[in-house]
Ligand binder design. Structure first.
Ligand SMILES: Nc1ncnc2c1ncn2[C@@H]1O[C@H](COP(=O)(O)OP(=O)(O)OP(=O)(O)O)[C@@H](O)[C@H]1O
Ligand SMILES: O=P(O)(O)OC[C@H]1O[C@](O)(CO)[C@@H](O)[C@@H]1O
Ligand SMILES: [Mg+2]
Length: 513
């Protein structure tokens, strides 16, 4: 296969009036280079004949995501990310300064081959198509920014997550040590900080030990995403690389910022770094901070277990984070082995009657004299709403505010056993959610954060934009924004991992009410 193109003139470009699968090629538009025999590029656009990127907003209304597809032999598809050259004609490439960097120049094959892509699916059958791929992350031979031309900024949005400060640190230090970039601004207080707050100058010295602290030195917020004001601020300040760290909402915000920047034709790379303690961002293997959270949750589960086994009929209830996805609860349960029951949003449960939670608790208490229950904050929200007859309340970003399922469940369990004269229970409820979130990243998360930051920097320097960076099957890749915002990763309760959990706790599956 020939070089994977990131610009119109590099190879055969086909403009597609996208079919539902987004893959139909209609007509050849530009053949600046010879088209490799088996490679076709389809930039989905509502207007045939126009190689420029179209805004996704217009297309979203028709339900068609913006995409830049490259197809090859045997069902190979590259879901490529935008490049500045897609909408700026006269960009100049420069040799990558890493070539003469004493630390990196010794590495054999340090630069990533432009043909490299990362497969989304690695378990395949002999006859299955090669399927979706993403552009491999890493340093390129050529960069599209000169070191002293770069003016970068970093912003953190959404909830806290262990490792946020590490990512900030590594972007600042990576830009400086690898590319000689010295102008980096920190935007305070999330998206609204672009237009309503001061900025902080970030240097390797000022961020030197921030990875040892929880939270984010830049501050964060929900809501306040005003695209026009944000892009005005980027333009007015002369910022040309924007590093945006945050969850699914933040990546949606980054996507519209990219669209507006592209509409204005600005030479600004917009890079998303996925952050979610809930591990609910799709496509990527795992989000930073997740391992730290699972580890920190062990302390709460251990405490609940100690309390429960120290009294007669002791019950420990621990609430962990997980708004829509129960990964923290599932992994913390599997890691601990002291948990008797784990409740997650993906697996509905019920309290009363045969096969219900109360029946199981009674049985387990009779067998063991104590039990530990872990509940993800998003589990059983329908039951709580029903019993409290409450209406939906939302946070400033539009996320539904959750009821305290741990407190509600503890109350319900106490109420149930109060009706049983022979069983006196002793229930302790532990809510460590914000403690789990506020710690610094652990050692392995810190290394992971470093790799994310470096991959982000290499992508921006190489002129890529409009992408989120993250590991796909262990290899870092550049993923178009729409792929990480179109859905949420959830625990699949028909998969082996959940079966392992059910087998480890021996809890009911609650499948038959
Ligand atoms: N669809 C959207 N378009 C533009 N901006 C958005 C969108 N959704 C969310 N945002 C903005 O992104 C920021 C963060 O969103 P949100 O509070 O949902 O957190 P998040 O990034 O999903 O992280 P967390 O995992 O902590 O929930 C907010 O400033 C919000 O205004
Ligand atoms: O109280 P806050 O800051 O809105 O954050 C709570 C939410 O943030 C998350 O940790 C996601 O970042 C969810 O698990 C949780 O529901
Ligand atoms: Mg979110």
């Amino acid at each position: 296969m020939g070089s994977l193109p990131h610009r119109a003139a590099a190879t055969a470009i086909f403009c597609a009036d996208c079919d539902s699968d987004g893959s139909s090629e209609k007509r050849l538009l530009n053949t600046g280079g010879s088209p490799p025999p088996s490679l076709k590029v389809a930039v989905s656009s509502p207007q045939s004949g126009d190689l420029k990127f179209r805004s996704r907003r217009g297309m979203e209304s028709k339900g068609k995501p913006f995409s830049k597809l490259v197809t090859g032999d045997n069902g190979y598809v590259l879901e490529d990310v935008p490049h500045l050259m897609d909408y700026i004609a006269d960009l100049h490439a420069h040799p990558n300064p890493l070539q003469s960097n004493p630390s990196y120049s010794v590495v054999k094959q340090y630069f990533v081959n432009d043909d490299d892509s990362v497969a989304q699916k690695i378990v395949v059958h002999i006859s299955s198509p090669r399927g979706t791929h993403f552009r491999r992350a890493g340093p390129r031979q050529k960069v599209y920014f000169e070191s002293d031309e770069v003016h970068a900024c970093i912003v953190t949005c959404g909830g806290l997550c262990p490792g946020l400060n590490t990512v900030i640190r590594e972007i600042v230090c990576g830009l400086s040590y690898m590319y000689g970039v010295h102008k980096v601004l920190g935007i305070e207080g999330g998206y609204r900080g672009f237009y309503a707050r001061n900025t902080i100058t970030l240097t390797p010295k000022s961020v030197n030990d921030i990875h040892k602290r929880g939270g984010t030195v830049l501050g964060t917020s929900r809501g306040g995403h005003d695209t026009m004001k944000i892009v005005d601020s980027i333009q007015d300040r002369g910022i040309n690389q924007v590093y945006i760290i945050g969850g699914d909402g933040t990546q949606k915000g980054a996507s519209v910022i990219f669209e507006e920047i592209e509409r204005r034709g600005l030479k600004v790379s917009v890079v998303g770094i996925p952050k979610t303690i809930d591990n609910d961002i799709t496509v990527i293997d795992k989000s930073f901070g997740f391992d730290t959270a699972v580890e920190e949750a062990q302390r709460a589960i251990n405490a609940a277990h100690v309390e429960a086994e120290s009294t007669e009929n002791g019950i420990g209830v621990v609430k962990l984070m997980g708004r829509d996805s129960g990964f923290i609860a599932m992994y913390a349960t599997l890691a601990s082995r002291d948990v008797d029951c784990c409740l997650i949003p993906e697996s509905p449960f019920y309290l009363e009657g045969p096969g219900g939670l109360f029946e199981f608790i009674e049985r387990r208490i009779k067998e063991n004299g104590h039990m530990v229950l872990v509940v993800a904050e998003g589990a059983g929200q329908d039951l709580v709403s029903e019993s409290m007859r409450s209406t939906d309340v939302k946070d400033p970003s539009g996320n539904k505010l959750l009821h305290d399922v741990g407190l509600w469940l503890s109350h319900k369990i106490k109420e149930h056993f109060a009706k049983k004269p022979n069983i006196f229970i002793n229930l302790k409820y532990i809510d460590p959610t914000y403690m789990v979130r506020a710690v610094p990243g652990n050692a392995s998360d810190n290394v992971y954060c470093t790799l994310l930051a470096h991959s982000a920097i290499h992508g921006a320097m190489a002129g890529y934009t409009g992408f989120t960076v993250g590991p796909v099957n262990g290899r870092h890749a550049y993923i178009p924004f729409y792929r990480v915002t179109e859905g949420q990763k959830k625990v699949v309760i028909t998969d082996r991992m959940w079966a392992r959990l059910l087998s480890s706790t021996n809890q009911p599956s609650f499948l038959i009410p």
